[in-house]
Design a protein around this ligand. Structure first.
Ligand code: SAM
Length: 307
């Protein structure tokens, strides 16, 4: 069986991001999960490291040695190592197999079936950090593992962290990654406490943005092992983004900002939606991360968006 997405994994930014949602293709496993892990004593006793490398390579893993090293480091027993190799060969994302991903310098827990945070999304975090006020109120909407809130919390002293996701598995995972934050379960803003209304300084939302017709083009790791609700953004990929923008004005503090990742091609349509939502908009692009972020600011004057 071939792990097609692994064969496409390349180090550095994904030049072919297009409209497809960031995939594992852009991630070098050793880069995504950190380098030079120390093998656990139990894993060192596991038979056949060379055989594991060969098995991974035969299944399509380009970075088979790196992955074998990471699997060795993560496994506590030879049996666990064998099971991890089987799951990886079956096509599960490496991060779900070892249980974590590196994101913005943090080790983020990743549960099976939960969207793996992509390195390109670090650009959204850095952009938000650069524009953050002191002790900000942070809301990570569509939070998945909660990686964005965790990274913002780590970078910003005194941040008050809130996160929400519709998927119960993501909510459970985010609660592990955000021990000092509050994680809500439900559709976009619906589960949030009313007391948060008008108080959010940084609203980070890495929403699903793959156009429905492109889902079939995604690598197997995403298509099969990440939930459709984490990927599918509707006909043009912007359905969830528009709903987030529609509600943003109500939850942002005056001068508060909304940050949403899109593909470069989607950015003009996304920016129009921001303007219609009453936000002052600008687009930031990073060639280094292969990432585009649309930033909307709620005008301090309290202007109400046209409906
Ligand atoms: C692309 S993933 C991003 C996860 C995380 N923010 C990250 O960057 O790693 C999108 C997330 O949005 C969630 N989601 C999709 N539709 C939603 C909705 N209507 N309300 C809340 N969460 C939603 C999915 O469950 C998924 O966890």
């Amino acid at each position: 069986m071939s792990v097609s997405s692994s064969s496409a994994r390349l180090p550095g930014p994904d030049p072919a991001a297009g409209d497809a949602h960031p995939s594992h293709d852009a991630q070098d496993p050793s880069g995504a999960l950190g380098s030079s892990p120390t093998p656990s004593p139990a894993a060192l006793d596991a038979p056949g490291p060379a055989a594991i490398v060969a098995r991974l390579r035969a299944s399509g893993c380009v970075f088979a040695e790196d992955e074998a090293r990471l699997l060795h480091a993560a496994a506590r027993t030879p049996a666990e190592l064998a099971a991890m190799v089987e799951r990886r060969v079956a096509g599960f994302p490496l991060e779900q197999v070892v249980g974590w991903a590196e994101f913005h310098g943090l080790r983020i827990a990743v549960d099976p079936g939960v969207f793996v945070p992509r390195r390109r999304t670090e650009f959204l975090v850095s952009t938000a950090v650069a524009l953050a006020p002191a002790r900000p109120v942070v809301l990570d909407l569509c939070c998945g593992t909660g990686a964005l809130a965790a990274a913002l919390g780590a970078a910003l002293d005194g941040a008050e962290l809130h996160a929400a996701d519709v998927d119960p598995a993501a909510v459970r995972c985010a609660r592990r990654n955000l021990p000092t934050g509050t994680v809500y379960e439900g559709d976009l803003y619906a589960p949030l406490p009313g007391a948060l209304r008008g108080r959010v300084d940084l609203l980070a939302a890495n929403v699903p943005y793959v156009p429905s017709g492109d889902i079939g083009l995604l690598p197997q790791e995403a298509r099969v092992h990440e939930p459709l609700v984490a990927l599918d953004g509707g006909t043009d990929g912007l359905d969830v983004l528009r709903r987030v923008v529609d509600g943003a004005h109500e939850w942002l503090a005056p001068g508060g900002r909304l940050f949403v990742e899109t593909s470069r091609r989607q950015a003009p349509s996304a920016a129009r939606a921001f303007t219609l939502g009453g936000l002052d908009v600008r687009v930031a692009d990073s060639a280094e991360f292969g990432s585009t972020v649309v930033i909307g600011t709620r005008p301090a004057g309290g202007h109400t968006p046209p409906r």
